[in-house]
Design a protein around this ligand. Structure first.
Ligand code: URA
Length: 208
């Protein structure tokens, strides 16, 4: 299997347990999504370049930092919407685009229904936000859209990944790193991650 970047931290494990627990209510589930997103984005930004900035403290003048090239954030609707606010809080200056991709529950193929993205993404880091990297179909499809707009620096930011999704992404977009809070065992015959957490969209927003 390709090598996802799994964020290792006790607080990640605790929040992930909240997500997995079938008894977690919707508000608590959404809160854990936000908290985990902040942690994974924090890791995904580790190598981000900064530019020096002269600032005055109450005591002296010193050199601070600004992000040299903030990422564009692209939540994949519906489940990625719950990650958007927390990712934006980490990078308040970021532009946000949106992609809507539903999964056909029979074929498991991605079915696009909306796209709202900046015209050109060349030279700009892009973070695709989707809590579940299951088959990898929606993520690969979204990255196709981004690359068609010139994106050349894309990262997949997830909360839970399956080996099948990681491998699919490595095969289709080997240049795209995967950041995730956990890596599970496998997919089941319905395309759900095992042990997983169920349907991340339904658990955040209710079953449609
Ligand atoms: N999407 C989800 O929400 N859950 C899974 O387990 C797989 C895909």
């Amino acid at each position: 299997m390709a090598d996802p970047r799994v964020v290792r931290h006790p607080l990640v494990d605790v929040r992930m347990s909240t997500l997995r627990d079938v008894g977690t209510d919707r508000p608590s589930f959404r809160a854990a999504v936000r908290e985990l997103t902040a942690m994974v984005v924090y890791e995904a930004m580790r190598e981000a370049e900064t530019a020096p900035l002269e600032i005055r403290t109450p005591v002296a003048t010193t050199t601070g930092a600004v992000l040299a090239n903030p990422p564009v954030l692209v939540p994949v609707l519906r489940a990625g919407l719950g990650m958007a606010e927390a990712a934006h809080a980490q990078v308040p200056g970021a532009i946000m685009g949106f992609v809507g991709v539903a999964r056909d529950e029979e074929t498991l193929q991605p079915t696009p229904y909306m796209e709202s993205l900046p015209g050109s993404l060349a030279g700009i880091p892009v973070f695709v936000l989707d809590p579940m990297l299951a088959t990898g179909g929606s993520m690969a499809y979204t990255i196709d859209l981004l690359k068609a707009r010139g994106a050349d620096d894309v990262a997949a930011v997830c909360l839970l990944a399956a080996p099948e999704g990681v491998d699919h992404l490595a095969a289709t977009h080997p240049d795209v790193p995967v950041y995730t809070a956990a890596l599970d065992e496998r997919l089941n015959e319905h395309g759900y991650i095992v042990p997983g957490l169920g349907d991340a969209g339904d658990r955040q927003f209710g079953a449609m």
